[in-house]
Ligand binder design. Structure first.
Ligand SMILES: [Zn+2]
Length: 141
C-alpha cells in the first residue's frame, strides 16, 4: 500500500530514510500501514486539549475538540483539522472495503475512516487513528 505511486506527498523520503527517522514500531504503522493493538495506544482516552500532529513529519492533522469517545480502542476524531490535512483512499486489503487515511504532507498511514456508524457527532464519521501515528502538542496556556 505504501508503494502506491498515486500518492505524491510533499515530503518524500526513501525507505531507508524513514527507517532511520522512525522507531521500528512507528515505521511498521506509518510506512507499512500496520495497526497498533486496540486499547493500548497512548492517546486512546486522552482528553488533553491540543493539536495532534503527524508523528512522521509534524504536519497538523487533528484537533482535540474533534476527538470523541468511540470506545473502539483507538483515538477517534469526527473530522480532520482541515480538508487538505489528510488524504483518503480506498483500501480493499484483508478482504474488507475500508477507507484508508494518510497524512497529506508525507503520505504516511494514519488509520481508517468509517461512516454511518451512528455516533452522536456532527459528521457521523469516525477517523480511527493509531496513537503511534500521532504526536499530541498540548495547548499552551
Ligand atoms: Zn506526515
Amino acid at each position: 500500500m505504501s508503494d502506491d505511486t498515486s500518492i505524491r506527498p510533499k515530503l518524500a523520503l526513501t525507505d531507508s530514510q524513514w527507517r532511520a527517522k522512525l522507531t521500528p514500531a512507528e515505521y511498521r504503522v506509518l510506512r507499512k500501514a500496520g495497526t497498533e493493538p486496540a486499547f493500548v495506544g497512548e492517546y486512546t482516552d486522552t482528553k488533553t486539549e491540543g493539536v495532534y500532529r503527524c508523528r512522521a513529519c509534524g504536519a497538523e492533522l487533528f484537533r482535540s475538540d474533534s476527538k470523541f469517545d468511540s470506545h473502539c480502542g483507538w483515538p477517534s476524531f469526527f473530522t480532520p483539522l482541515a480538508g487538505g490535512a489528510v488524504i483518503e483512499r480506498a483500501d480493499d486489503s484483508l478482504g474488507m472495503h475500508r477507507v484508508e487515511v494518510l497524512c497529506a504532507n508525507c503520505g504516511s498511514h494514519l488509520g481508517h475512516v468509517f461512516e454511518g456508524e451512528g455516533y452522536d457527532t456532527p459528521t457521523d464519521l469516525r477517523y480511527c487513528i493509531n496513537s503511534i501515528s500521532l504526536t499530541l502538542e498540548p495547548k499552551a496556556d
